[in-house]
Design a protein around this ligand. Sequence first.
Ligand SMILES: Nc1ncnc2c1ncn2[C@@H]1O[C@H](COP(=O)(O)OP(=O)(O)O)[C@@H](O)[C@H]1O
Ligand SMILES: [Mg+2]
Length: 408
Amino acid sequence: MNPEFSPFTPGQPVPIEFFVGRVAEIEQLRSLVRSAARGRFKIGFVTGERGIGKTSLVSFVRHLSEREDRVAGAHVFLGGARDVPDMIRRTLDRLLKENVEKPWYGKLKDFFGKHVGEVGLFGISVELKLTQDDLQQLMHEFVPTIRHLLTKLKGERKAFLLILDDINGLAHSAEFANWLKSTVDEIATGEEGLNLCMLIVGLEERRQHLLALQPSLDRVFALTEIRPWDETETERFFTETFRNGSATVEPQALKHMVHYTGGLPVIGHEIGDAVWRAAPTTEITESDARSGIRQAAEIIGSKFLQPKVIDALRSPRYRSILRRIASSPFGFHFRRSELLKLLGDDDKRALDNFLKRLKDLDVIVTDPEAAAGCYRFANRLHYLYFQIESRKAGAETRRGSGPPTFLD
Ligand SMILES: Nc1ncnc2c1ncn2[C@@H]1O[C@H](COP(=O)(O)OP(=O)(O)O)[C@@H](O)[C@H]1O
Ligand SMILES: [Mg+2]
C-alpha cells in the first residue's frame, strides 16, 4: 500500500493519539509532576534501552501534564551538549520556543526581558540571547531563577516540568553531576519548596556513570525503568495502529509481527511500516506479514547496525554462528558451553574468535550477573535483527528442500 498513508512512524516520536500502553509508567511520572505542583520538588530518572520508548513516554507525560495539571514544560535534547552552561542555554531556549503559542507566553517573555530577540521575516521565531557570563550566573542561580519564573507564571501555571533527554555526554561530566547534587541540596535545605519536576532520560549505563561521579544521587532519583512491551501490548500496538490506517490484520499475520518485534517499539514501527508497504490491500494476510518482516530485516540492518558490525558479518562463519544463537531456545542470553553443543566442527573452531570479535564490537557483552562463559546481546535491537535475519537466510537456503519456516 502507499507508504504515504502508513500509520506507522519509524524513526519519529509517536503522535500522542497513537501512543500505546505504559499505563503504570505514566501514572508513576504523573504522580511526580503532581507532587511538584503541590510544592514538592521531584527528580526522576527514566531509563531503558535504545528504542524502547523513553522519549515518547516523557513527551506523552508532558502533554498530559500541560493539559491537566497546569504545568509549563520544556523537553530538552542534550545529545551534543558540552557542559552545564550549554545545558542551561538549551533549557531556557526550549522553554521559550515551546511556549510561543501558549496564553502565558507574554509573561514568559517578560521574564526573559531584554534577552528575547525576535527573528525571522515577521518576527515569528524567537531567540534567546545569553552571553557566557549570563549562563555562568544562571548556572549558579538556577534555583532562584526557577523560583522567579514560577512567580511570574503564578495564576497560569502551577509547576515547571523540565525534561533533560539524551544526557549522553553530560553523564560523564563531573560538573553536571555536581551541579545536580548541589541543586538538589539547595532545594532540600531551603525553607520553601520548589514547584519543579525534573526528569532525566537516558540509558541505564548513563545513570550508572552519573552515580559513579556522585553516588548520593542514587537516593534522590525516582527511577522509572521502561520494559519491553508484553505480547498483549504489542498486539494492541499492531491492531490499533493498522486500524488507524483503516486496515485489518489476520490472526496469523499478527502473531508473526508480535513475535519478531520482541517488545521493542522501534522494531514494531519498522515491521508495521514494511508490512504496510508489502500488503496490496487493507486486509493484511499472513503472506503480507512474511514479506514485510523479511524487508524489515534489511531496513533495520542498514539503519541500526554500525558499518563495522556489518563488515564483520560478511564472514559466513560468523553469520552461521549468529543464526545458531538467534534460532536457539536460549536466545538473548547464552552460555558458551551450551552454544558449543549446537555447532558443527568448523563453527566450533571459530567460536572463540567470534566471541572476542563481537565483544570488541559491542554486539555482545559478558553477562555480569551470571557465571563465567555467559554472554548476552548488548542491545535488543541487535538481537532482534539477527533473529529476523537468520530466519530469512534459513528460508533462502532451504527453499525447495526441507520443511518451510514461516518466513519462507
Ligand atoms: N508507547 C508507544 N506507542 C507507540 N509507539 C511508540 C511507543 N513508544 C515508542 N514508540 C515508537 O518507538 C520508536 C522509538 O521510541 P523512542 O521514544 O524514540 O525511544 P527511545 O527514546 O527510548 O530511544 C519511535 O518511533 C516511537 O514512535
Ligand atoms: Mg530517545
